[in-house]
Design a protein around this ligand. Structure first.
Ligand code: ABU
Length: 227
């Protein structure tokens, strides 16, 4: 049987056919396709689910992208451009805490990496242009930034991706402190691009979006760790 990978989902007002602004449980299909093509069985976790018992039927957890983490979770007041959704945080942080406690393999993408960092006691930069002085990580609405990430030799991410990789990113926040996790990849401006827990089976967060360019190496590693 293929390893079962749970993917976090979220509620958004969606419009299709004659329906407008219908609250909809959603996940971009790129995540589903990436897990399936990597040999896993993708299962979508209901949005805002506060019962981490769902993890009992999962072999691995994929934390997908999405809105900002509520700054109170890392002891900060919200800045003007921070847009959080506390209902989603509540469910996902419970999932992550339980998954870490049971050593379930976890891959976090974009927001998912930020959730991992905050769950590990870290903190976020709330608006990167204020910190870095440029908008290369999210150049314009709907436009992915293209950059290069470099990885720490010997790290899990380096073993999976090589010493460096061209990345597609779309985010206005970033990891400032990774808590108990280790930062193992950076872009040339010094921003954390990969974090990992070197004491667990497989806990990896990446700030970029491998799923949008059909780079399935990380999803394959998640599936393998879950198998
Ligand atoms: N903060 C949520 C993930 C995406 C972003 O940083 O814009």
């Amino acid at each position: 049987m293929r390893p079962i990978i749970g993917i976090t989902s979220y509620v958004v007002p969606a419009t299709w056919g004659v329906w407008h602004d219908l609250p909809t449980a959603l996940i971009p299909n790129d995540y589903v396709a990436a897990v399936e093509q990597a040999g896993g069985r993708a299962v979508i976790i209901p949005p805002d689910d506060r019962d981490p018992d769902v993890l009992r039927v999962l072999d691995g957890l994929l934390l997908a992208g999405g809105p900002d983490v509520e700054p109170a979770r890392y002891g900060a007041a919200p800045e003007p451009l921070t847009e959080s959704r506390p209902e989603r945080d509540a469910g996902e942080f419970l999932l992550v805490q339980r998954a870490l406690a049971t050593d379930l393999p976890i891959l976090g993408v974009c927001r998912g990496m930020q959730v991992l960092a905050v769950a590990a006691g870290g903190s976020l930069h709330q608006h990167l242009p204020d910190v870095l002085g440029h908008e290369r990580h999210r150049p314009a609405p709907g436009v992915y930034g293209e950059q290069e990430a470099r990885f720490q030799p010997g790290s899990m991410i380096a073993k999976l991706m090589g010493d460096d990789v061209a990345i597609h990113c779309y985010h206005h926040q970033g990891v400032a402190e990774a808590g108990t996790l280790t930062v193992t990849g950076y872009t040339e401006d010094g921003l954390a691009e990969a974090i990992e827990d070197q004491d667990r089976r497989f806990v990896l967060g990446v700030q970029w979006h491998p799923e949008v360019i059909r780079d399935h190496r990380l999803f394959g590693a998640l599936v393998e760790a879950a198998g």
